[in-house]
Design a protein around this ligand. Structure first.
Ligand SMILES: Nc1ncnc2c1ncn2[C@@H]1O[C@H](COP(=O)(O)OP(=O)(O)O)[C@@H](O)[C@H]1O
Ligand SMILES: [Mg+2]
Length: 270
């Protein structure tokens, strides 16, 4: 008997304002696997990320998303995070006057408290999450990610460069210790140095846990730094090609338009 996959998207159809954007997506991610979802602009990549996060504007008209065998579509975004899903976004919001550290403490506290409740329900005893423990955890993770101490006291996203915003997301991810991280366009707006820092952080996290990842990206270049186990290409709301890391290289060489022609030719030949 096979093990329940960590995360399964099955025949997912999604509409926004009665326009169908996703037209039957199937995707399975097992523990520790790194998947890259690639595709041209407007193909529906972010739509999938938003649906996984539980954004209310997107209507699932058909299909399911399961996490550890449970249907997540009825879960609130908070519940999804508490159960171990992490979503990082293309456009992080600015929260003026909130320091990085206090924002992160709230985020971690929320998840820890929910986990503690679950542990208690199962008859166990969870350790209380004190400010002291948070500081220790923060130091640990910042060291792992080679981040400067001063980062924690800066105000969230105010005056952060693109690279710093991404670093903040990676730090948040490290603190939350998710089992599945979905990163949408983590490379957009990053120069090569920032891209390396972010990739090293993601790789360090991935190596130190069995965190699985779904990397959503338009460009191949992120995949020079983070090696995916599987690559899926989405066009017009459907996955049109799947393969190993070599598929990203083929895409780099041919470009999306040639892949589109190949797919159309193969369909015509059937
Ligand atoms: N809130 C929205 N309202 C209407 N259309 C949308 C909305 N969000 C996305 N779309 C449309 O859905 C399609 C897919 O968008 P998106 O998922 O952002 O693509 P990608 O991330 O692959 O570039 C596009 O045609 C886009 O115009
Ligand atoms: Mg997008």
């Amino acid at each position: 008997m096979s093990k329940t996959p960590l995360f399964e998207v099955e025949n997912l159809h999604v509409s926004i304002e009665d326009k169908e954007i996703l037209k039957g997506i199937d995707l399975t991610v097992n523990d520790g696997e790194v998947h890259a979802l690639m595709g041209p602009n407007g193909s529906g990549k972010s739509t999938l990320a938003y649906v996984i996060a539980g954004h209310p504007d997107y209507e699932v008209t058909e299909g399911t998303i399961r996490y550890k065998g449970e249907d997540i579509l009825e879960w609130s975004p908070d519940e999804r995070a508490q159960k171990g899903l992490f979503l990082a976004f293309q456009y992080p919001t600015v929260i003026p006057g909130v320091s990085m550290a206090s924002f992160l403490r709230m985020a971690v506290k929320n998840v820890r408290e929910a986990r503690a409740e679950e542990i208690a329900l199962n008859g166990g005893e969870a350790k209380p999450f004190t400010p002291r423990e948070f500081r220790k955890l923060m130091r640990e993770k910042m060291e792992m990610l080679k981040m400067d101490d001063s980062f924690a006291t800066r105000y969230l996203n105010e005056g952060f460069s693109g690279g710093e915003k991404k670093r903040a997301e990676i730090l948040q991810m490290a603190l939350l210790e998710p089992q599945l991280a979905v990163l949408d366009e983590t490379d957009s707006g990053l120069d090569i140095d920032a891209l390396k820092v972010v990739s090293e952080g993601v790789n360090a996290l991935h190596d130190s846990s069995d965190m699985a990842m779904l990397l959503i990206t338009h460009y191949q270049r992120l995949l020079n730094y983070i090696k995916p186990d599987y690559v899926h290409i989405v066009m017009d709301g459907r996955i049109v090609r799947e393969g190993g890391p070599e598929l990203a290289l083929e895409l780099e060489e041919k470009g999306y338009e040639n892949i589109r022609k190949d797919v159309a030719a193969a369909a015509a030949g059937n």
